[in-house]
Design a protein around this ligand. Structure first.
Ligand code: LLP
Length: 419
């Protein structure tokens, strides 16, 4: 193949039809990603649930796919709930997370039929109790716990880091009070405990440690509770990333949970996970058009027509990506270049250093694995319009989000009369 195809369509055709920058998602990869989780996360000892962490990439069409594949949903804001409702996502399959849900958001969630809340702190439990009383609602509550484990790509650390913005430590006064409040409440039912230990994790031992911690709290309860392990499965951005196959990871997590429960003679009713990146990341490719090419004494720059506005991750986290010139797959990679964006900021670099064939103005550059936290963290900085999102498969494409127009940039601005 000399020219990149996505979902059976040449990248150049997609770029011509929808303009660049363009977010392209391979629909089969999205579906297969979800199937792998759904089919691989199964136990004969307890129920299992996979929630898609929709902050990674949320649009109505994506949520229809999630719904069809039978996954639940993790949402973190009123806006994410609004989008889920617009996709007719079953309310009972939605879990509402967040460390500072506002009164408005909680009221909105309760009055729109959400029944699963992952509470972060004592004040939230107090407010939920008051609101459920006021609106006569009964809800299930998971408590987000800080288990003192911080997972990094290849290792993890056990921290005494009890000052995290997220969750409470189980032993804390606040957590114990929250548990008492829930116990007394006729509106709140304790569903179980939740923790999330990091992102882009390759090493399962961090999860094993998390599971051990969470299970250790269960002996204080007569009722059978659920555990939610959060998300964080690593994906392949570049050749340096070698994640375990998801199926293996899931099997090992389930086995570790089953064995630990058995050793301690404990039971859970359900084990939940919340993958985001690992479902959408590798299904997404961003297409750019190469504009000017510039040589400085030590560098060659290929400038593209997007950058930190459509993918903030390199600037924010020094995230690394791989790329190709879509029409020159078989050409020799002779140029060591920096791919840079067009925003007014020196940090607006897409890829710091990469080998590519010699390019010319107008070539299409494909950056791989941009499906997670690209579109969802996009911005209008420099009054840049947000690119379109298309889903492709079987040689066909469909527009999921149209490219913004300049007039969209003025939406919401209040017009005053000026002489
Ligand atoms: N569950 C909870 C409670 C979370 O906080 C997160 C991500 C997830 C699940 C999903 O994690 P994932 O499977 O996608 O790693 N913007 C950053 C990532 C922030 C993740 C925040 N929480 C990035 O672009 O890398």
């Amino acid at each position: 193949m000399t020219e990149l195809e996505i979902g059976g369509i040449p990248a150049r055709t997609l770029a011509e039809e929808y303009q660049t920058p363009l977010y392209v998602y391979d629909e089969e990869k999205l579906k297969n990603g979800m199937k792998r989780f759904k089919q691989g996360f199964i136990s004969h000892h307890f129920n299992t649930k996979v929630l898609y962490a929709s902050k990674a990439f949320q649009t109505i069409e994506m949520l229809h796919l999630v719904k069809e594949q039978g996954l639940g949903l993790d949402v973190v804001s009123g806006g994410e709930i609004y989008t889920a409702l617009a996709a007719n996502f079953p309310e009972e399959r939605i879990y509402f997370h967040g460390n500072n849900k506002t009164l408005g958001e909680l009221t909105y969630a309760l009055n729109n039929g959400l029944t699963h809340f992952v509470a972060d702190n004592l004040m939230e439990i107090e407010l939920l109790e008051a609101l459920c009383k006021e609106y006569s609602k009964k809800i299930q509550v998971m408590l987000r716990l800080n288990v003192g484990i911080e997972a990094h790509t290849h290792e993890y650390i056990v921290t005494a880091h009890i000052d995290s913005k997220f969750g409470m430590s189980y032993e804390s006064e606040d957590c114990q009070q929250a548990l008492q409040l829930i116990k007394k409440s006729s509106h709140l039912q304790l569903e179980g405990f939740h923790a999330h230990i990091g992102s882009q994790i390759f090493d399962l031992t961090a999860w094993f440690a998390e599971i051990d911690q969470l299970i250790s709290y269960l002996k204080d309860f007569d009722e059978t509770l659920s555990l939610n392990l959060g998300g964080g499965f690593g994906i392949r951005y570049t050749d340096n990333d070698r994640p375990l196959p998801i199926e293996d990871s899931l099997r090992q997590l389930i086995r570790h949970t089953e064995e630990t429960l058995e050793q301690q003679q404990l039971k859970i009713s359900q084990l939940i996970i919340e993958p985001g990146r690992s479902i959408v990341g590798e299904a997404g490719t961003t297409l750019y058009t190469i504009g000017f090419i510039k040589k400085t004494p030590h560098k060659t720059y290929y400038f593209v027509d997007g950058g930190m506005t459509d993918n903030i991750r390199p600037a924010l986290y020094q995230a690394e990506y791989s790329c190709d010139i879509a029409t020159k797959l078989s050409e020799e990679k002779t140029e060591k270049v920096t791919v840079a964006g067009k925003m007014c900021e020196s940090g607006d670099i897409v890829i710091k250093e990469v080998l590519l064939p010699a390019a010319k103005l107008g070539d299409i550059l494909a950056v791989y694995a941009t499906g997670a936290y690209g579109y969802s963290m996009s911005s209008n900085y420099n009054r840049t319009v947000t690119p379109a999102v298309v889903f492709v498969g079987n040689g066909e494409s469909r527009l999921v989000v149209r490219r913004q127009e300049y007039s969209d940039l003025l939406k919401g601005e209040v017009a005053y009369e000026h002489p």
